[in-house]
Design a protein around this ligand. Structure first.
Ligand SMILES: Cc1ncc(COP(=O)(O)O)c(C=O)c1O
Length: 303
């Protein structure tokens, strides 16, 4: 599964530190921390019918990640919000859009690792593209990666950082096997998440998902858990081994980029696919959240 180039994105405007640039001239300095060390944090946002979905949660996570990494002169929530609005309005993007929001530690006075070399403040990038959910109507094939998901012992996955090599190595393995994504295990051999999404399984009408000890506790994951709790659907967070996943009735992944996506195969084992109703129900409950006021920020009125 590979995303295709979308011609609608030929002439998009990209915002960097408050200024809009054409796609071809949207560039950051070679001294920026993103280039020097992948030293940035990011969020993916979705726009539905004139609203930004779960914006508050995404901005909070971005700011928490920046605080964990001790960025200085972090832009305020208001600045981040107005930058997103400015970009969407300039591009006339009101639905079917994905926004990649990136905040780096900023430009350095010379190349090097030390954050003391960062003397200009953060770099904020808003990249909005026409992009429907990427796993829409796809039946995913996954493999188990030999690369373990980062543990808090080394680099906490709860920081949503741009140093994505841990995930990229796992994605390369998926590519090498012709799979869509890789499942990453934790240090103890239990499932953590895929290289880009959280993972769930259904067995005997109970939904299971790995605990958030090692994974990024995704915003979509959190919303699915709260849907289950408020609709009396049994959901259990626990350590899940890969053989439990092979024998699940259903497996699905969650994330802002791809929403809820069914998995049909893991390591060449076909998933039974015997509880379609439960996934369809979850999808329709999730779709209803897209009209839930507390999760929506109107694009025009807040600009
Ligand atoms: C590694 C990883 N897991 C899970 C997710 C899904 O998180 P969310 O639901 O907040 O988009 C992401 C999204 O960026 C991710 O990078």
């Amino acid at each position: 599964m590979i995303q295709k180039y979308d011609r609608r994105n030929d002439n998009i405007k990209v915002l960097i530190n408050g200024k809009l640039y054409d796609r071809s001239s949207a560039k950051i300095s070679v001294f920026d921390s993103l280039i020097q060390g992948g030293d940035g944090v990011w969020e993916g946002l979705r726009i539905y019918d004139g609203y930004i979905f779960a914006l508050e949660k995404h901005i909070n996570r971005l700011l928490e990640s920046a605080k964990s990494l001790m960025f200085e002169n972090i832009p305020s929530k208001k600045t981040i919000l107005s930058s997103i609005m400015k970009t969407l309005i300039a591009n006339k993007m009101f639905t079917d859009v994905h926004v990649r929001l990136t905040l780096s530690r900023g430009k350095k006075i010379t190349s090097g690792m030390n954050p003391k070399l960062n003397q200009y403040g953060c770099t904020l990038i808003v990249l909005a593209e026409w992009k429907p959910p990427i796993y829409l109507n796809r039946n995913l094939k996954l493999i188990t990666s030999s690369i373990r998901r980062n543990t808090p012992l080394f680099l906490d996955s709860k920081i949503h950082h741009n140093n994505l090599l841990n995930n990229i190595l796992a994605k390369i393995e998926a590519n090498n096997y012709g799979a869509d994504d890789s499942i990453m295990l934790d240090l103890n051999g239990f499932i953590s998440e895929t290289n880009s999404t959280n993972i769930f399984m259904i067995k005997d009408n109970i939904i299971y998902t790995p605990t958030s000890k090692f994974c990024l506790p995704g915003i979509t994951r959190e919303l699915i858990i709260s849907i289950c709790k408020s609709h009396n659907i049994s959901i259990i967070e626990k350590d899940i081994s890969i053989s439990e996943l092979y024998n699940a009735d259903q497996v699905f992944t969650t994330g802002t980029m791809g929403e809820i996506a069914e998995v049909v195969e893991v390591d060449n084992r076909k998933i039974k696919n015997t509880n379609i109703d439960m996934i369809e129900n979850l999808k329709s409950l999730f779709n209803k959240l897209k009209t839930k006021e507390e999760l929506l920020t109107k694009i025009i009125s807040k600009s």
